[in-house]
Design a protein around this ligand. Structure first.
Ligand SMILES: [Zn+2]
Length: 256
């Protein structure tokens, strides 16, 4: 549920957009002007305790984000181990992913398969599609096999974190295994209104939001650098930047 512009404002912005210099690659789509559409995170957690839910753990996230700046861009991790290495999924086994297709846009299959392929190529992590599900959320009490990662579309009535300008949320939950935190499952929820509402995302922006949330899923956090896709706001960028790619590569280099 993101802000609606009046038709007049929208036309003005379209006109401004057409007037912009053609080489201005930072200009935003007229429908995404201002702070419209990006993402809030996030579900990264400390070790899962019995009975804990994703919702209850979200508040733990903000304080575990180291920020790294390098000449090639910047990246940050959702969580790190005591030695500074990032927390992610074990690279030696596939990350299982289930889709709930209810309310998903017509192009959802292409969006998801492209996003998984892009993040897999950037990290080295492998994803395994395990079919569809009717689950709307993931609850895991810390024993037995964790459920697969859930990908779905929803609106802000169902998922309040999607209220306002938020186009998606994504993150994972970790458990401690021989002293190392590792992600065991997670979820990505895309805003139905952003994809199928009256002013839907268009073109590469549709894929960019999915890619951004999948990067959260495997452990990448927001950065302030506007040259990265992991900026919390939509800057007009539609593909991973140099820092994003450097961070994603590190996420694939952890121990099994
Ligand atoms: Zn985000």
């Amino acid at each position: 549920m993101f802000e609606r512009m009046t038709e007049n404002v929208r036309r003005q912005r379209l006109a401004q957009d057409l007037d912009a210099p053609p080489d201005d690659d930072r200009r935003t789509s007229p429908l995404l002007a201002g702070s419209l559409l990006a993402c809030s995170v996030v579900l990264g957690t400390i070790a899962l305790s019995p009975g804990a839910s994703f919702e209850g753990l979200q508040r733990l996230v903000a304080r575990t984000v180291p920020w790294v700046e390098e000449p090639t861009g910047s990246y940050a991790f959702m969580q790190t181990q005591d030695d500074g290495r990032p927390v992610t999924y074990p690279p030696c086994e596939p990350v299982r992913v289930a889709l709930n297709p209810a309310g998903a846009p017509a192009d959802h299959e292409e969006l998801l398969s492209t996003g998984l392929r892009t993040v897999s190529e950037a990290t080295g992590l492998r994803f395994e599609r395990v079919g569809t599900t009717t689950a709307n959320d993931i609850t895991w009490r810390g024993y037995g096999a964790p459920p697969p990662v859930l990908v779905r579309w929803a609106d802000a009535e169902e998922v309040p974190e999607l209220a306002g300008d938020v186009a998606g949320i994504g993150g994972s939950t970790a458990t401690s295994h021989h002293g190392l935190l590792r992600y065991v499952t997670g979820k990505v929820v895309l805003d139905r209104d952003a994809y199928d509402g009256p002013d839907p995302l268009e073109g590469n922006q549709r894929q960019a939001i999915v890619d951004h949330e999948l990067a959260h899923l495997v452990g990448l956090a927001h950065v302030e650098d506007r040259g990265e896709l992991m900026n919390a706001e939509n800057t007009g960028r539609t593909s991973f930047g140099p820092g994003d790619l450097a961070g994603l590569a590190q996420l694939g280099r952890t121990d099994c």
